[in-house]
Design a protein around this ligand. Structure first.
Ligand code: ADP
Length: 259
């Protein structure tokens, strides 16, 4: 295995499943809330399969042109420039469309012929169809967002992917992740995880997104670099979650008792 492989703690059969999806070049969908290790997992898999990874963070303005490419003006000439999808298709990379549902609908239209037996990219502006390199694989992530503010993914698109759900790790695994990522001791990691799980269980707060592993890792890093523990939890975990002053006060009080 390559040196510098990113640290990833497996939580189920995801490595085995992805490896098989990759050898069959079946598009892969990672479902789950933000900060649950989806990007880290893909980074890890790309390293262990020794494939180049190209990541596109999709947002509501992301269009098929952004992915496929465009003519740009260079002096008096217009020059065609490949977008990240075209590069990945040509060179046999893993393309990771992070938060695919956020992108414009024409992105889904562009990827459809790549996600079935055709494995082809149609480049409208060049009037060309490009056969995907045998090593090319499409991966996407999607936040199902059972609460407000997230876009849905159409069944016609999602059924083109093999899919796996990502969620918050079991407490001991999450504590190991915190220690590994930040260097905090096992006891502090355990307490941070307990705070995380306590807040996750307070569903009545109606938070759009609850405490992710990422937030706990950030708090752990602040603690490890010497910021007082309670303050680290306030700024690393509580404040990013909400702007409601009453909720902030009660979450700070609650976490102060736990660390
Ligand atoms: P997502 O892509 O789901 O939003 P990330 O992959 O960026 O989330 O994960 C956020 C952070 O959480 C990572 O940077 C890493 O520190 C940590 N993390 C979460 N799950 C794991 C895991 N299973 N192994 C290692 N680190 C993890």
């Amino acid at each position: 295995m390559e040196p510098n492989i990113p640290y990833y703690k497996p939580l189920g059969k995801e490595i085995e499943v992805f490896t098989h999806a990759y050898s069959n070049k079946i598009p892969f969908l990672l479902k789950g809330p933000t900060g649950t290790g989806k990007s880290r997992f893909i980074d890890y898999m790309a390293h262990s399969l020794d494939r180049k990874l190209i990541t596109v963070a999709c947002h509501e303005e992301t269009s098929a042109t952004d992915l496929i490419g465009r003519y740009i003006l260079k002096g008096a000439e217009t020059v065609w420039t490949d977008g990240p999808l075209t590069t990945a298709v040509k060179e046999g990379c893993i393309l990771y469309l992070d938060e695919i549902a956020e992108a414009r609908p024409d992105v889904m239209v562009a990827i459809h012929p790549l996600t079935d037996h055709r494995r082809e990219l149609y480049i409208d502006k060049l009037g060309q169809s490009l056969k995907a390199h045998p090593d090319f694989m499409l991966v996407a992530s999607f936040n199902p967002g059972y609460q407000r503010g997230f876009k849905e993914m159409k069944p016609s698109t999602r059924q083109r992917f093999t899919a796996m759900g990502f969620s918050y790790p079991p407490p001991q695994d999450e504590a190991d992740i915190l220690s590994n990522e930040s260097g905090v001791d096992a006891d502090t990691a355990k307490k941070l995880v307990a705070i995380g799980n306590k807040i996750r269980n307070l569903t009545e707060l109606g938070l759009t997104e609850t405490v992710s592993t990422r937030l706990l890792v950030d708090a752990a890093k602040l603690i490890h670099s010497g910021l007082p523990k309670r303050l680290s939890v306030h700024v690393g975990v509580v404040e990013p979650l909400t702007d409601d002053p009453d909720i902030i006060t009660s979450l700070k009080d609650l976490s102060d008792l736990m660390i």
